[in-house]
Design a protein around this ligand. Sequence first.
Ligand code: ATP
Ligand code: MG
Length: 336
Amino acid sequence: TPRVFSGAQPSGNMHLGNYLGAFKNWGKLQDDYECLYCVVDLHAITVWQDPARLAAQTREAAAAYIAAGVDPERAILFNQSRVAGHAELSWMFNCVARIGWLNRMTQFKDKAGKNREKVSVGLYVYPTLMAADILLYKGTHVPVGEDQKQHLELTQDIAQKFNHDFGREVFPIVEPIITGEATRVMSLRDGTKKMSKSEPSDMTRINLTDDADTIAQKFRKARTDAEPLPETADGLDDRAEARNLVNIYAALADLPVAEVLGQFAGKGFKDFKDALVDVAVAHLSPVTGEMARLMGDPATLDAILDRGAEKAAALAEPVLDEVKETIGLLGAGRRG
Ligand code: ATP
Ligand code: MG
């Protein structure tokens, strides 16, 4: 059966890229698929997280999912560390994945930078944990931003090697779902870098907790060039910052890029940014308002996450038993 799995790290600063690349697309999928939406707290701790803030950040992520359209009655919403199978299966996948495969991962290279020897081992094996997240539920479809494409290819490689090594079709082939006009939202200050939670400068991103004035200020200060907007999308080639703002507008207004350019061709960025601020505030304020309301009631969020963890654990149990039995681990399926 087709099953959707996706998640985001509770590393603070949920932003417009997370929203447009991921959460915004999650609600619709509930009509056609069984969906699991996970707050991946074990992924978040691959870099330092303040223990005093991690719980609040986890609730914030859950609130963002719900505000964007995830329905905890229809989808399974939970945090990763509550289901031990994620960590267990990721260990087994560490024994399937090859070091050469991980060495090719661009996210690790970007995040580690020049500090390759000093980052955590967890950051290095991040992709095997991600494969475990999905395959623990035999997930078949994964809605993500474009930056996660390479990790999903690695997930496919792990599933295939596992099935091949043990001569059994245990895992399905996972398909990415990368949709919308803004599958890779870029930094507002540098069109060559993606918008990220972990980027220190707050001016590079629109946070889902920003108020209307902050959103306006950030877009007005966003880097652009001096040319007017072009008539067609190829006029945005080599204009990364301009392209990014046009894509954001298109995604927020639910219009094709061509139509946005039809409306603004020949105009300067001053006018375009004013319109962008209006669209962004109109689209985001119901989402951010609902998020704030949900975060004001942590007990309800915790109850939702409790219930989700229970349901997720029930789905994971038979899969993990099958995997252990396949590998030959003694006592698979026996409890206690
Ligand atoms: P971090 O910098 O801590 O890795 P992040 O901003 O990359 O944070 P993640 O939790 O790693 O956020 O990713 C959550 C989801 O958001 C993933 O599906 C990812 O593909 C998507 N995503 C992240 N950044 C962007 C972006 N700039 N544009 C589109 N989608 C994005
Ligand atoms: Mg990321």
